[in-house]
Design a protein around this ligand. Sequence first.
Ligand SMILES: NC(=O)c1ccc[n+]([C@@H]2O[C@H](COP(=O)([O-])OP(=O)(O)OC[C@H]3O[C@@H](n4cnc5c(N)ncnc54)[C@H](O)[C@@H]3O)[C@@H](O)[C@H]2O)c1
Length: 254
Amino acid sequence: MILKDKVVIVTGAAGGLGREFSLRFAKEGGKIIAADIADTSETARLIHEAGGEAACVKVDITDFASVESMCKTAEDAYGGIDGIVNNAAIYAGLTMEPFHQITEREWDRVMTVNAKGTWLCCKAVYPYLAKRDGGSIVNIASASILEGNPFFAHYTASKGAVWALTRSVARVVGEQGIRCNSITPGYTMTDASRGLAGDPESFQKNYDYSIQTRSIHRAMEPNDVVGGVLFLLSDESVFMTGQNLNIDGGCINY
Ligand SMILES: NC(=O)c1ccc[n+]([C@@H]2O[C@H](COP(=O)([O-])OP(=O)(O)OC[C@H]3O[C@@H](n4cnc5c(N)ncnc54)[C@H](O)[C@@H]3O)[C@@H](O)[C@H]2O)c1
């Protein structure tokens, strides 16, 4: 149990990757704060059913007061915070369009949640991790920042910001023995990914392309990402900070 008694916040824990992370961290002995703007009670129920510990928190990561309240709830529930996985983002429902067709409003919405929201979570959790003289921040970026994807320029730029932010944060929090790393997952089969293409034909095209361009020619499932996040969150990566772990089955198109 490599997270035994560690208190871990997972943002975006209502479903998809965030739920997958939460379930596995709880199995590894972690006490989970399942946070999302959406309802996380099903995630908590699944954890409790498996004998783990979890509490639900409603949070809007673009609102600092809300993010601070999430951290306070974690401390009140479990006595402190040892780690956070900044996984919440605007991903589901994005429209596949090139950069010159994205509206300013949509650009701002995506940047605000994905880049600013991740920054606010790092900022709010920092004093709590410092109180414990250590801890781990794992930011979920995306392999799209390496690919040169013709669509989702706003999303890709926001995830590039998450990667860059990670390196800056690592430089500061290292003073207190806190680590900050990022993960760049490839195209993973979550509900959000399935819905992204809009129609079944476009989905199939994306799906086939993702498999062809990997060294390991199969679909990437949520469980494929979990081990890397777990490693960065746990003491197994105790001298690793400011780094990015790319998990995409060995993509060969960049
Ligand atoms: N699925 C993939 O192929 C893939 C690939 C690379 C990176 N990622 C990243 O992994 C993460 C999870 O992806 P997913 O496929 O599970 O997508 P998802 O859209 O299902 O998950 C995002 C979660 O964030 C929550 N959220 C959105 N705005 C929020 C806000 N303001 N405050 C709090 N929560 C908010 C949503 O409610 C949702 O539960 C995202 O950061 C995504 O960008 C996914």
